[in-house]
Design a protein around this ligand. Structure first.
Ligand code: CTP
Ligand SMILES: C[C@](O)(CO)[C@H](O)COP(=O)(O)O
Length: 226
């Protein structure tokens, strides 16, 4: 069996959420947000490393912790450095996506069984019509409408072959800082990245509205769990 490790990035401030403390520790459904995805990952991968905000003590059984970095991808790099040597597949997940399920993890890992694939990433097909627009003279002016059939909203988890992730994360800090997800670094290096269809409910808590929605979805999920 190929050894797997999950890197959970939890070191963000959550400025868009406007919470008092770090977003990953905001209480959601009765527990810190980070705990939801950790529970799923501890049951589905071999090891877990969490990148934490400065001065935030946290401990969970069988979980390694490291300090996060200035930007998200720097936190991923710090966590990867603490991954066990035997882990060949690396799953990166945002603590800000508490609605992760074991089925999403299993689908992403299954996609890595194809040796030609460098990375397999969860994504939901876009269902809205999407327009490009520019801000001109105080207006937001439409420049065009995109072909929705080719658009996917990308999520985490994103699973990588370790050697591939190590190579792209060895780039200078400024290159990493510009990447809003890790897969884009692999794409830029010419790697093969495949999308793994995932439900839109695997949302990222970014704004107060997302937090309300996540609370509703988690409550419904818990109520439906025997
Ligand atoms: N320096 C950073 C920045 C982000 N993250 C993590 O990356 C994930 C996605 O980031 P995002 O939701 O944008 O979180 P924040 O950076 O906290 O949000 P904001 O931009 O609103 O401050 C989150 O789980 C966040 O904790 C991290 O580990 N280290
Ligand atoms: C990685 C990610 O969750 C994929 O949707 C997202 O890109 C993180 O972006 P953010 O700018 O840190 O919110």
């Amino acid at each position: 069996m190929t050894a797997t490790v999950a890197l959970v990035v939890a070191a963000g401030k959550g400025e868009r959420l406007g919470s008092d403390g770090p977003k990953a520790f905001v209480v959601l459904g009765g527990r810190p947000m980070l705990r939801w995805s950790l529970e799923v990952l501890r049951a589905t991968v071999d090891d877990v490393v969490v990148a934490l905000p400065a001065d935030t003590p946290f401990a969970a059984d069988g979980v390694r912790t490291v300090p996060g970095g200035a930007e998200r991808s720097h936190s991923v790099r710090n966590a990867l450095a603490a991954a066990p040597a035997q882990a060949e597949l690396v799953l990166v997940h945002d603590a800000a996506r508490p609605l992760l399920t074991a089925a999403i993890v299993a689908d992403c890992l299954a996609a890595m069984e194809d040796p030609s694939v460098d990375a397999a990433i969860a994504a939901a097909a876009v269902t809205d019509t999407v327009k490009e627009a520019d801000r001109v003279d105080g207006q937001v002016r439409v420049a065009g409408t995109l072909d929705r059939s080719r658009l996917w909203a990308v999520q985490t988890p994103q699973v990588f072959r370790r050697s591939v992730l190590e190579r792209v994360l060895a780039q200078p800090d400024a290159v990493l800082a510009a990447a809003t997800d890790d897969a884009s670094l692999v794409e830029a290096a010419g790697g093969t990245v495949v999308l793994v269809p995932s439900p839109r409910t695997n949302l990222k808590v970014t704004t107060p509205e997302d937090l309300q929605l996540a609370e509703l979805l988690l409550t419904a999920r818990e109520a439906a769990t025997p």
